[in-house]
Every structure is written in C-alpha cells, then in structure tokens.
Design a protein around this ligand. Structure first.
Ligand SMILES: [Zn+2]
Length: 315
C-alpha cells in the first residue's frame, strides 16, 4: 500500500524506515527537526508532525513541500503514480444507498481552477482570516479552495467512500457573512455525511452542524496543540465531519451509516439551541453501543464558531 506514497515522501525518507509498518517516523521538513517527529501513516498516506503540528493528506504534503498549488500537486502525483488519490478510499465500508449524482469530475475541474499557494490565494486567505478568522493553515489542510469565478469552495467528501460528491460555495470575500449568497448549496447534494478532516484511525469522530463549525473545531485542536480542555482531551488525529443537509438529518445518517460500528466514540458538537437540543434528544434514543457523546461546553445560543471565538479571546 505504501508503494503509492513512497515517491511522494521520498525526499524525507532515509532508506532506514520499515515501510511495512503501519506508521513510520521521519524528520519533518517543515521545521528544524533533529529527531524524527513526523509520522506518516503508510495505509492512508496521511502525515502529522508532533513537533510543529503540521498535518494533512499526501496531496497536502506535496503542496507544502514543493510549494505548489492543488492542481499542480495533482499532476505531480499523477505523473509519479496514478493510484494516488486526494483521500484514500475506505474499503469494506457500507455504502450509502444513494441517488447521488457523481459530481467528482465536476468538482475536480473546479478545484483545478482553484488556487492554493500563490499570492492570489494568500491574499484571499488573508481576507477570509480577517472576515471570519479561518487561518491559511486551516484552509490548506481542510482543502478549502478559492475559485475566481465561484468564490470560496468547501469540497464535500462523502463518508465512507471519500468520493468528492460536490461542493459548497460562498461567494467572494465580502459576502462571506451572508448565507443568502451561497451560489451552490451543499443542500442541493442529497443528504450525506461529509468528511472535513480525515483522522488517522477510527478512535473518535466529531460531528459538527456545518462546514464552518468543522473548520473552527479543526483550528482549535491545531492551535491548542491537542491538549485538554475542561477535561476533554482533543487529539489532532480524530475525524471531523458535517452533514450536507443540516442538523435535522444527522439522526437518519447515523441510522443509515451505523457510524457506531466504525468508531470507538462519536462526539456531536451541536448548537446549544432548539434544533440542536431536539436532535440531541433523538440521537440519545438511537442504538449506539454507548458511543454517542455530546460536547457540552457550549453556552446557550452558542455554536462551535462562537465558542471558539470566545475561548480564543480568553487565552
Ligand atoms: Zn514539523
């Protein structure tokens, strides 16, 4: 399996690694690393540095290491090995019975025209940060794209097969706050669970209400260096997912996907409002083998974004 990724990670391999191991340790090229502090998962191709905290997919590594954009990184990996995907497909998982139109080709085309590392992208990331507080690191790790014609792109990667099935767009920088300005709604994609950040193993999955909440949860974990928060131990290697069709679809998705069979623990980060609390009550009634947990640090009326911003101010 690691054959798919050896060429990508060649620059950091010393030849002494046991490529049959599920994880290998190498020196991190993104900070001044003397002892190997970067782990590469040889099954998924995901990498994570325990020194500087940088992590991502194999394609993310290519983008960072060679300082190239998404489309160039795709070409780069394509030239080296045709089997390398943005995200590896998960085998032996239940498929969602679906009528989902396969948007993958379409989304890949849009992403190809999306810029990542160049000055243009950085300029818009700066705007995204100023307006909303999402950092460049979050944008790159979570593959948030910017397409000159479409606006900000939040790609939808369907769990469990990790197919790109569509995207959500928020137009331009100045209308980011206006939800009425989404020009292509993920709600138009049939209900599915979208993976915003793919974990290393299936220990824990977080389910947020929406895409932006998910990005802030990732950002919090990253900035806090995955430490304890009020008794809750955050790790960077955990999955973060969000439903495409709103909070009320979560119980059905859980029933459909039987997510409790895939993870040791599933933590719902629902808004502390009526819709969130109603959903929580329904979820509690579903079979879940004791694996459903609720993130209960949100004040009344809070969502993850508001919570994040309040916590960050306190720090
Ligand atoms: Zn590092």
């Amino acid at each position: 399996m690691f054959d798919n990724f050896t060429k990508i990670y060649q620059p950091v391999l010393t030849g002494r690694e046991n490529l049959n191991a599920s994880e290998i340790q190498v020196c991190c090229p993104f900070h001044n690393d003397k002892n190997p502090s970067m782990s590469i998962n040889t099954n998924s191709g995901l990498f994570h540095c325990f020194g500087c905290g940088v992590s991502g997919s194999a394609i993310g590594f290519v983008m960072r290491y060679h300082n190239i954009g998404y489309s160039d990184a795709l070409k780069f990996t394509g030239e080296n090995n045709n089997n390398v995907n943005i995200f590896p497909k998960k085998e032996n998982k239940k498929k969602i019975e679906n009528t989902i139109v396969d948007y993958s080709e379409y989304i890949n085309k849009v992403l190809e025209n999306s810029t990542f590392h160049d000055e243009f992208y950085k300029f818009y990331c700066k705007k995204l940060y100023e307006l909303r507080g999402i950092t460049l690191n979050t944008a790159i790790t979570c593959l948030i794209g910017y397409n000159p014609d479409k606006g900000w792109i939040f790609p939808v990667y369907r769990y469990p097969d990790m197919q790109a099935v569509g995207y959500e767009v928020r137009k331009k920088d100045f209308t980011l706050f206006d939800d009425g300005n989404k020009c292509y709604k993920s709600r138009e994609i049939p209900s599915c669970l979208s993976v915003v950040y793919q974990g290393w193993n299936n220990k824990r999955a977080y389910i947020c209400e929406g895409f932006v909440d998910s990005y802030f949860l990732y950002q919090f974990k990253y900035e806090q260096n995955y430490k304890f928060y009020k008794g809750h131990n955050f790790q960077i290697n955990e999955w973060i997912m969000t439903p495409t069709n709103g909070v009320h679809t979560i119980p059905n998705l859980m029933k459909e996907l039987k997510l409790w069979q895939d993870f040791d623990e599933i933590i719902f980060c629902l808004d502390n409002d009526k819709a969130g609390n109603d959903t929580k009550a329904i979820l509690a009634e579903l079979p879940h083998e004791g694996k459903f947990k609720f993130f209960n640090q949100l004040k009344e009326g809070d969502d993850i974004e508001k919570w994040y911003k309040r916590i960050r101010k306190l720090n």
